[in-house]
Design a protein. Sequence first.
Length: 276
Amino acid sequence: MKYIAVLLTVYNRKEKTLMCLKNLYAQQVPEDYVIEVFLTNDGCTDGTPDAVKEQFPFVTIINAKGNLFWNRGMYTAWKKAAETRDYDFYMWLNDDTFLYPEAIVSMMQCSDRCNHLSIIVGTTCAIGHKDKITYGGRSFKDGLLIPTDKPFVCDYFNGNIVLFPRSVYRKVGINDPIFHHSLGDFDYGLRARKLGILSILSPDIQGECNEHITLPVWCNPDKSLRERWKAFRSPLGQNPEEYFIYENRHNGLLMACFHYFTNHLRFLFPKLWTKI
């Protein structure tokens, strides 16, 4: 028997979380595979944990206080899973991502073709619109990549649907908790790349997730300075120190300093920035 640990972080998206889990448990996995779910409840107040317990009693729920956000929540779930069993695979899954029935089988087949030595990245499209790719593999040159009927290498990835064979976990470890919310997925792919581990974009589309496109509060000229500052310093905002660490780690000190400076300028003068 082989085991897959599916990792999620949730916060006040009860209906989406339940739909995500419903689609997950409807997966057409091989008979010799077992899915076990580890879910970080990051301080939900909408009844999500109770609803999950009622409908999916086998899910392991790790309760937190609402200060973890996505990346640290995924770190917490992964750490708990790794302490529970020596899993054959670990899988990131966003709770607003709805898998297609053969998604895991497709990604497992892709992993098998790579001798289970690579990270396998899944692609999502907008709900009901397969022509609009929303999250998945990325390249330095072209940004978000469109999958084909064959796997190919990407430079880094969004963390919506990602499969990690045991060999990758043993070499790279868990995502870095120095990042609160974003950047942890990008950072993991780039750290793996430096260790010689490829990130492979799995063929076709594996699920649906709408893109979250809004002008960030921290650089929105219609918001007050106080509102922009609060958002700028928030884990959900630009969080300049964490971006500096990420940039310095992967793009060098000069680029990190440059973006640290320009991001502060953009925060202070958002109207001027939009005109440039």
